[in-house]
Design a binder for this molecule. Structure first.
Ligand SMILES: NC(=O)c1ccc[n+]([C@@H]2O[C@H](COP(=O)([O-])OP(=O)(O)OC[C@H]3O[C@@H](n4cnc5c(N)ncnc54)[C@H](O)[C@@H]3O)[C@@H](O)[C@H]2O)c1
Length: 457
């Protein structure tokens, strides 16, 4: 156990967290719980965060065949993003898009107006950068809405505690909550998981996960031009700022961490890690460009994780499991198709030792996650991935903090860590201060392993 925090979740924090959640839930009091759409009624949807994934998520949602669905409201902080998403959705889904000008909302409170346009039992899609997840989830619970939210769902200890408390609130209201860790819904990985549970590779002794690529997302951020608004710049380049995304680490590596932990059906209890900024030149983001983490599970099993955003190096985007009787490919190259396989030896890729492969065309997990979510809404089955999403986000943050501080970080250290990256994220204004500020040279605070030990920056 590191010396980061020994006292557990303090009473003050518990009160603070429960106070925020209670405020959200008090307003829900007079809503009937258990409201749900039957097979034939139209589920209305609002899209909050109309960027790349949001536009993809609403397309996935509207393409499913579990009964009528309609997009009725959109919200974003930037008009160009909202309009691009609107036309990109209206084109292919003309009949299912009913978003007149007065249901297109802009600004930091746009999410509230978009959710106000829905009725209890409808669906709100939260696809902004993760920083805004907890206030938006709280408001959705208050409004009695079912929620699809993208991963990660938290970036630090305090936001994880809030999301865990909100997850319970959502269950109490019988709301359905989906979290965009779509690999969990992949049919091919599911079959691999079942086979591993049946002993196909014996007891798991080692997991390995890699996401090594060139420049990824907007993790490389150039200095802010003087005429650009500070907060807008950070939000548009959210992978560069730890408050907004948890950095490239949380945003990019969570899937491989999550699918590996799924095969073990456990979360690690501890992480130690390494990393550095090798070729950052004049880039001003807060990311390291290479990360290595050793995660340890309660039974001593390790998950080794490597992440790199460095052009010109070996690229690999895959996860593997090793056991006492063989080994397995969890995913091969990116999210889909996963092409999972099982080998009778540790020689992954050795054709003579191949004992199983999924072998069929893999259904798209981004569509499957919507099939499962909508099916749960239509048949009113319990469905709440918020706790698991927060836990996956916490485990990811644990690895990131271990690399950024150079300390051993336990699950409890991370959960109870007091450093909240954006405590006022629910009150931001475009002309107000951003959650992290640059110095006189335009540089933002960076992690310094060994020097900054209890905070990442
Ligand atoms: N599951 C996956 O495979 C997958 C893939 C890509 C992205 N994602 C996740 O989706 C989320 C969004 O990523 P993206 O690539 O679409 O980014 P993006 O920048 O393309 O889209 C984010 C959108 O949210 C808007 N926004 C930001 N703050 C807002 C606020 N407070 N209120 C309303 N709108 C706001 C932005 O203007 C932008 O339009 C991230 O959490 C990311 O990790 C998941």
């Amino acid at each position: 156990m590191s010396d980061l925090l020994k006292d557990g979740l303090s009473r003050r924090d518990l009160l603070k967290t429960t106070g925020q959640v209670a405020a959200a839930s008090a307003l829900v009091g007079n809503l009937a719980t258990g409201l749900y759409a039957g097979q034939n009624s139209t589920i209305q949807m609002a899209l909050v965060g109309c960027g790349g994934r949001g536009t993809g998520a609403i397309a996935n949602a509207l393409s499913r065949k579990q009964g009528p669905t309609k997009l009725v409201a959109m919200a974003d902080v930037f008009k160009d993003r909202l309009e691009a998403s609107y036309s990109g959705t209206k084109g292919p889904f003309e009949a299912q898009v009913d978003v007149p000008e007065d249901r297109k909302f802009l600004g930091f409170d746009a999410y509230k107006h978009a959710m106000d346009a829905l009725k209890p039992g409808d669906v709100v899609i939260l696809t902004t950068p993760v920083a805004f997840r907890w206030p938006m989830f709280a408001y959705a619970i208050q409004k009695g809405l079912n929620v699809f939210m993208e991963k990660p769902t938290t970036v630090d200890g305090p936001s994880t505690r809030k999301m865990l408390a909100l997850a319970e609130e959502a269950s109490k209201k019988n709301l359905k909550v989906a979290v965009g860790l779509m690999c969990r819904h992949c049919a091919a990985r599911q079959e691999l998981h079942d086979r591993i549970k049946d002993g196909a590779i014996g007891d798991i002794t080692l997991l390995r996960a890699y996401r090594a690529a060139g420049t990824t997302g907007n993790a490389d951020v150039k200095p802010r031009p003087a005429d650009k608004n500070e907060l807008e710049y950070q939000i548009r380049n959210f992978h560069g700022f730890l408050w907004a995304s948890g950095g490239g680490f949380s945003d990019f590596l969570i899937h491989n961490i999550d699918e590996s932990c799924w095969m073990k059906d456990a979360w690690p209890i501890e992480a130690k890690g390494f990393g550095g900024r090798h070729y950052r030149g004049d880039l001003i983001d807060q990311n390291f460009d290479s990360y290595t983490v050793e995660y340890t599970f309660a039974d001593g099993t390790k998950l080794m994780l490597e992440g790199r955003t460095m052009p010109g190096c070996h690229n690999e985007f895959a996860s593997y499991a090793h056991g006492t009787k063989g080994s397995a490919v969890i995913s091969t190259s990116g999210h889909s198709p996963a092409r999972p396989r099982i080998y009778s030896s540790q020689k992954i890729g050795n054709k003579a030792d191949l004992v199983w492969e999924y072998g069929q065309k893999e259904p798209n997990p981004y569509e499957l996650e919507w099939d499962h979510f909508l099916e749960a809404i239509r048949s009113n089955k319990p469905y709440n991935e918020a706790k698991r999403g927060a836990e996956a986000s916490l485990v990811t943050a644990m690895g990131r903090m271990a690399c950024h501080t150079g300390q051993v970080i336990t699950w409890d250290d991370m959960l109870n860590c007091e450093h909240e990256f954006a405590p006022n994220v629910d009150q931001l204004k475009l002309d107000g201060p951003a959650p992290v500020l640059a110095d006189a040279d335009g540089k933002y605070p960076l992690p310094q392993p060994g020097l900054k030990k209890t905070r990442e920056y």
